[in-house]
Write a protein that binds this ligand. Structure first.
Ligand code: ZN
Length: 103
């Protein structure tokens, strides 16, 4: 799995990445973590989901309401597939500022 091939809108509210015919559950998979948010590992396992609203009400990138968006929680990294702007935002568990790394 190559992270750069993932688009936010391909990741459903069930944390399943759908690309063409393929369906890849991100929970339980090793997800490539961008260098900017790595803490020692370049891949981390998707552990569980939380509602994006638990972290922010509006998308940190485009300010649209996150509605029923999800955040995928990994060992140290967090991934927010922002459907509003089709961008995957990454941040660390103790960092409130989501970082845009690729979309
Ligand atoms: Zn957005």
């Amino acid at each position: 799995m190559r992270g750069l091939q993932m688009k936010a809108r391909e990741i459903g509210p069930d944390a399943v990445w759908r690309k063409g015919e393929a369906e890849i559950p991100l929970l339980g998979s090793l997800i490539p973590v961008p260098v900017e948010v790595q803490q020692g590992k370049d891949r981390e396992e998707g552990l569980f989901l939380v509602e994006a609203r638990a972290h922010f009400e509006d998308c940190p990138r485009c300010d649209e309401p996150v509605d029923d968006g999800i955040i995928i929680v990994m060992e140290t990294a967090r991934m927010f597939p922002a459907h509003c702007c089709d961008t995957i935002l990454w941040f660390m568990e103790d960092d409130k500022n989501a970082m845009e790394t690729y979309g």
